[in-house]
Design a protein around this ligand. Structure first.
Ligand SMILES: C[S@@+](CC[C@H](N)C(=O)[O-])C[C@H]1O[C@@H](n2cnc3c(N)ncnc32)[C@H](O)[C@@H]1O
Length: 286
């Protein structure tokens, strides 16, 4: 039974139990790309974050005065966020050529992204996709908007990714990095997830510091306060949540932890986990 208001002491107690259970153990296995993508889709279906992000980005993308518009989505996944954004952009800027580019290292995702954008059937929209990491992507041209939506966690070095992304902006173009803080939810990742290619996952704290180190001045950071329903979530969703393949014993502790950090949803009254996302924005000088 969840605590109906989060208790720091019970949260800390379960986190300590998880740390103790992991102490001296070999790393948990990471998620294969197809399990990651399935877990991600099922996870998003339990949250209102996707629609908050969609509305926020649609407003920013539409804010282009004249000429063709070019958008680059880094870590585009299966296009379930970008395809509706591309459609909204075509609707709000009719008769303006729109170039929409996705980058993702997982071929299952880039194939789905290409299909989702092609299925829109919008004549003014040209879509491209690159199946590779951001560092290796052969991207040409400059962009009005470049997004990293929940993908900066995985780059080898945040500062060099930010500088490379900034260099791909047109004058006046915007870089938007959406990332989660190391809040209640992602403390689980810190304790349980194996490193990604030798590094920890980077959350908002590291990203904010890397913007400052790179000398890139961010506009005021916006936080979108989403809520996530993980009650009775499947094992696949829990594995995605912690970014590792859990054992049954760890999964049971993770469920206890999620109960401890849950709050009541203001309308349904059902326990939900706070699931905020920070939006960092940098505009390239004109
Ligand atoms: C949480 S998903 C987000 C997908 C999509 N942006 C969305 O919001 O639905 C993170 C994505 O980043 C991709 N990714 C991981 N490492 C990456 C890298 N080095 N460069 C670009 N994308 C990467 C993953 O394959 C995955 O599709």
């Amino acid at each position: 039974m969840p605590n109906l208001s989060p208790s720091i002491s019970s949260q800390q107690a379960v986190l300590d139990q998880l740390r103790a259970a992991r102490f001296g153990e070999t790393l948990l296995p990471d998620l294969a790309p197809d399990a990651y993508a399935r877990g991600h889709a099922a996870f998003e279906a339990r949250s209102d974050q996707r629609s908050l992000i969609g509305d926020h980005l649609a407003a920013r993308l539409a804010n282009r005065d004249t000429g063709p518009v070019a958008v680059l989505s880094v870590g585009c996944g299966d296009g379930s966020l970008d395809a509706p954004l591309a459609a909204a952009l075509v609707d709000v800027l009719p008769a303006r050529p729109i170039r929409y580019v996705g980058i993702d290292p997982f071929i299952g995702s880039t194939t789905a992204f290409a299909t989702a954008l092609a299925d829109l059937g919008r004549p003014g929209l040209s879509a491209e996709v690159h199946t590779t990491s951001f560092a290796d992507a052969p991207v040409s041209g400059l962009f009005d908007v470049l997004t990293f939506v929940h993908s900066m966690y995985y780059v080898p070095e945040v500062g060099s990714a930010l500088r490379a992304a900034h260099a791909l902006l047109k004058p006046g173009g915007e870089l938007l990095v959406l990332s989660a803080p190391r809040g209640a939810l992602n403390q689980l990742v810190d304790v349980l997830a194996p490193p990604v290619e030798g590094h920890q996952q980077w959350f908002s704290e590291e990203i904010a510091a890397a913007f400052a180190d790179a000398g890139l001045q961010t506009e005021e950071t916006v936080t979108l306060d989403a809520l996530l329903d993980l009650e009775a979530a499947s094992d696949e969703v829990l594995d995605f949540t912690v970014q590792a393949r859990l054992t049954p014993a760890l999964r049971s502790l993770v469920r206890d932890y999620l109960d401890a950090v849950s709050v009541l949803h203001p309308t349904s009254g059902v326990p939900h986990v706070p699931h905020p996302v920070d939006v960092y924005r940098v505009r390239r000088a004109v």
